[in-house]
Design a protein around this ligand. Structure first.
Ligand SMILES: Cc1cc2nc3c(=O)[nH]c(=O)nc-3n(C[C@H](O)[C@H](O)[C@H](O)COP(=O)(O)OP(=O)(O)OC[C@H]3O[C@@H](n4cnc5c(N)ncnc54)[C@H](O)[C@@H]3O)c2cc1C
Length: 438
């Protein structure tokens, strides 16, 4: 055995010895959930993965642990895909990239950019795994951008019996497999649509009145490739407007003011009192897509640290009314709020995507880490949004009843049937799926 083989073998042996880790104190990113799993395993190949899938009654895939509710919890075995994290290959003919499930968008972005390619969009942070993000329909913003799962072109899933199955776009079940809320099996690899790499310039404006939104909502959201509004809901004011423009856009020139909002004079954090050091570069400085589309840098802890999140999706046609309905009750939740963000996304065809067949607006809440108060105000926000066919983010906190949830998804029954067919013994069940799926 030469030195290289020796090092390779010892590193595999070392990783194998780290394969099982007791789960008792393992928490999600926010720390508001300690997983109930008896053990967490970190398979490094499909053989180990299969062994784990077959060895326990209840199993659950785990991505990068960024969900805020119990969607990724189990009392059985948590199977982390954090060591199945490679870029497998780029198919230049099809313009697809094949990746292992656990790769993080931040890592993938760097690798793709080096090869001259880009994804269509990214979430606010790059630290999340591809399979975990797609399972909950994680999104960024942009009128013409579908959520991240809308880029999936093929998916491979290990079923509860240890067999591998692949679906490609065009297969009748494919639209049910992508936003899968962890109910179908372990996603092992996925193919994502890619495009030639591009650069993005980010412009931030301060103080846009909600009045202006009413008349210019579409113009505001169409000004950039990806547009986000941040508000504390005080004085009917949008505190910050983040406009991410492709550097090849015709309207790239910096503006001093935009519908009465003034251009920021330095980089800002969405919560102005926080340092922008962990935020992606602004002030119109052009940079690679993967360093501008997220709000937060890969190398830094995103956002405010200790926090909770909830987010609600509304058909685009109700956007302004829905925003004003939340504004009307803001005094009830303001003490517990850090900041809200409002983003847009294009319709897609994925059964459990909140943007299924309709352009959509997402109203997001970053909360202080005060679970009792936050859980008490969520039903009030959900009630205010009830007239607008509200749907919650699958990976964030919500209290909406399963009945309402099911009624809001035209293909919910099809997804239930798919889950039953792929997992007749409900081996992926957990408390979240018991309540919201079965
Ligand atoms: C700071 C912060 C910022 C965020 N920003 C955004 C944002 O901009 N936009 C947005 O939409 N959301 C956002 N989120 C929410 C986040 O994107 C979702 O919760 C996402 O699902 C997290 O991905 P994950 O890899 O951590 O998945 P996990 O939380 O680990 O798991 C989520 C679900 O996916 C399943 N799963 C994971 N991997 C696999 C696999 N390989 N096979 C089968 N099932 C699997 C789990 O079982 C679970 O059901 C944010 C969260 C945080 C903490």
């Amino acid at each position: 055995m030469n030195r290289q083989e020796f090092l390779q073998k010892s590193s595999i042996l070392f990783m194998a010895s780290q394969w099982h880790v007791p789960a008792s104190s393992e928490t999600n990113w926010a720390g508001n959930l300690t997983y109930s799993a008896k053990k967490i395993v970190y398979p490094i190949n499909l053989e180990q993965l299969k062994k784990e899938v077959l060895s326990t009654k209840h199993v659950k895939g785990l991505g990068s642990k960024h969900s805020f509710n119990t969607i990724a919890n189990t009392t059985g075995t948590l199977i982390s895909t954090s060591k199945l994290d490679k870029l497998i290959r780029i198919d230049r003919q099809k313009m697809w990239v094949w990746v292992e499930a656990g790769i993080k968008y931040g890592t993938l972005g760097i690798l793709l950019d080096k090869e001259g390619f880009a994804l269509h969009n990214l979430a606010s942070l790059p630290h999340i795994s591809v399979a975990g993000a797609c399972a909950t329909a994680t999104h960024g913003s942009g009128d013409k951008n579908g959520n991240l799962s809308s880029a999936v072109r093929a998916i491979e899933i290990m079923k509860a019996d240890g067999t591998l199955h692949q679906w490609e776009q065009g297969h009748p079940d494919f639209p049910g497999t992508v936003v899968n809320i962890g109910a179908l099996g372990i996603v092992t690899k996925m193919a994502l649509a890619i495009q030639p790499k591009f650069e993005v310039s980010q412009f931030v404006f301060e103080n846009l009145s909600m009045d202006k939104l009413k008349e210019h909502f579409d113009e505001i959201y169409q000004e950039g490739y990806s547009v986000s509004m941040f508000t504390h809901w005080e004085n009917e004011n949008i505190n910050q407007l983040w406009i991410k423009k492709r550097s090849d856009a015709k309207n790239l020139h910096p503006l001093k003011e935009f519908f009465g909002a003034s251009a920021a004079t330095n980089n800002l954090h969405p919560i102005k009192v926080n340092s922008p050091i962990n935020c992606t570069e602004q002030m119109g400085v052009s940079g690679p897509w993967y360093e501008r589309l997220p709000h937060f840098k890969m190398g830094f802890t995103p956002s405010n640290g200790d926090e909770l999140q909830a987010e609600y999706f509304i058909p685009r046609k109700y956007a302004f009314q829905a925003i004003m309905a939340v504004e009307a009750i803001h005094a009830e939740f303001a003490p517990y709020l850090y900041v809200s963000e409002i983003r847009s996304m294009a319709a897609d065809d994925l059964w459990l995507s909140p943007a299924y067949q309709q352009d959509t607006i997402a109203i997001h809440f970053t909360w202080k880490p005060d679970t009792p108060h936050v859980m008490a105000v969520l039903p009030k926000i959900e009630a205010a949004l009830e007239p607008f066919e509200v749907k919650p983010h699958w990976g964030k906190l919500f209290t909406l009843s399963p009945e309402k949830l099911h009624a809001r998804y035209p293909k919910f029954k099809d997804f239930q049937a798919l889950a039953k067919r792929l997992d007749p013994q409900r081996r992926w069940r957990n408390e979240f799926l018991e309540r919201n799926l079965y």
